[in-house]
Ligand binder design. Structure first.
Ligand SMILES: *Cc1c(COP(=O)(O)O)cnc(C)c1O
Length: 403
């Protein structure tokens, strides 16, 4: 076995397909979001970031930062252990209570990331529920797919956002088997939204429980920012709601919220919860402050929606191929991996606008795109620059315009 050759060839394959990932080396500057300093070789330049998942700019919020600094000064840097062995800090407990209340559930459980929350909850449920069958939306995130795989339970893939297909699959299986339906509310690459009530109807009909990833919705939808299930008035119909503290809440960490027994079950049997060091107390303190602030600040959500609607309208007016998103995410279709990377490079080099290209396997081949995420802090001048820059790049590369 020529190991060096193997690694080199695998990387070469990605490069020749135009989907080798190059990270922009950014220095976020507190108070200047969405502007950041970009480092390249030995040079620095200011860029406007248009692809951040810090959807509401909470990563730089003064109250959040103050809470984190205060918690570092009072509790120190790390948690000092797993949750079971000395690592449970009071801030973890307060944050779990806050998250349970946000989602109208009896309890919540923290994980080190949203990825680990999905992976652990699903692998544990699928492995432990007797004769369990997992029903997964065709476009579910990798963290759910890995959790499902890890559980070794039987799985069925239902057509994306299609309750009828789900119904057909559920009806074909043993009525006595345990069943879990797994889906997202906002799908972050297309910006479409699940019919949560209809999926819950179908699940109820077949005595299945439900697991909903609201990672791209928490903080941003519903009167309290609890997500799409809250907006649609169906939070109580979903068995387990999963979310992240790393996107709209601007910090890091993931969680589930559910009944006291379901949460206690994952707490007691979930390896990815049990065998890892708890989040730093300062992270929990920052997230707690962020959740509380976002919960009571409707103006953030209103401005966020307005920015996103305005950007979609302006791009359409300029003849750019905005994909039909029904949420804050604004995908613009390129349809080729190499051109997508070139478009992103031109934006960065010539216009100091940073939008990472989104290529396979994150999206299907042929649907490569630029995924724009306007936030409340993108002002009109930044939007003017973005639209002009995109028009220029579309012309330079002769990219397809809107039909
Ligand atoms: C980002 C993401 C996750 C993982 O959340 P992290 O907190 O970033 O680990 C889970 N589900 C979906 C749909 C995501 O996009």
């Amino acid at each position: 076995m020529d190991y060096d050759r193997f690694f080199h060839d695998k990387l070469g394959a990605l490069k020749s397909e135009g989907r080798y990932r190059i990270f922009a080396d950014l220095e976020r500057k507190c108070g200047n979001f969405p502007t950041a300093v970009r480092h390249e070789d030995d040079t620095e330049s200011d860029v406007t970031v248009w692809c951040s998942n810090d959807y509401l700019g909470m990563g730089q919020n003064k109250q959040v930062r103050d809470a984190m600094v205060a918690a570092i000064d009072s509790c120190g840097a790390g948690a000092g252990g797993t949750r079971n062995i000395s690592g449970t800090n009071h801030y973890h407990v307060l944050l779990e209570q806050e998250l349970a209340s946000l989602h109208g559930k009896e309890a919540a459980l923290l994980f080190t990331s949203g990825y680990v929350a999905n992976m652990t909850a699903l692998s544990t449920l699928g492995a432990q529920l007797p004769n369990c069958i997992l029903y997964s939306d065709a476009l579910n995130h990798n963290s759910m797919i890995e959790g499902i795989r890890h559980s070794r339970a039987e799985k069925r893939i239902f057509k994306h956002n299609d309750p009828e297909d789900l119904d057909r699959l559920l009806a074909a299986d043993d009525p006595r088997a345990a069943k879990l339906v797994i889906f997202e509310s906002v799908y972050s690459m297309d910006g479409d939204v699940a019919p949560i009530a209809e999926i819950c109807d179908v699940a109820d009909k077949h005595n299945a429980i439900t697991f909903l990833d609201e990672v791209h919705a928490v903080g941003m939808y519903g009167p309290n920012g609890a997500g799409i299930a809250e907006r649609d008035g169906v939070m109580d119909r979903v068995t387990i709601i999963q979310g992240t503290l790393g996107k709209a809440f601007g910090v890091i960490g993931g969680y589930i919220a559910a009944s006291a027994d379901v949460v206690d079950f994952i707490r007691s049997y979930g390896d990815g919860f049990i065998f890892t060091t708890a989040l730093p107390p300062a992270v929990a303190a920052g997230a707690l402050t962020s959740v509380r602030h976002v919960r009571e600040t409707d103006a953030l959500r209103e401005r966020h929606q307005e920015r996103s609607e305005t950007l979609k309208r302006r791009l359409k007016e300029a003849g750019l191929p905005v994909m039909p998103s029904v949420c804050h995410i604004v995908p613009v279709l390129v349809g080729d991996p190499t051109l997508c990377k070139q478009a992103s490079d031109l934006l960065l080099e010539q216009h100091r606008i940073y939008v990472q290209p989104i290529n396979y396997p994150t999206v299907p081949r042929g649907t490569e795109r630029l995924r724009l995420t306007p936030c409340p802090l993108h002002n009109d001048a930044m939007m003017d620059e973005l639209v002009d820059a995109l028009v220029d790049v579309w012309r330079t590369l002769s990219l397809k315009r809107a039909a």
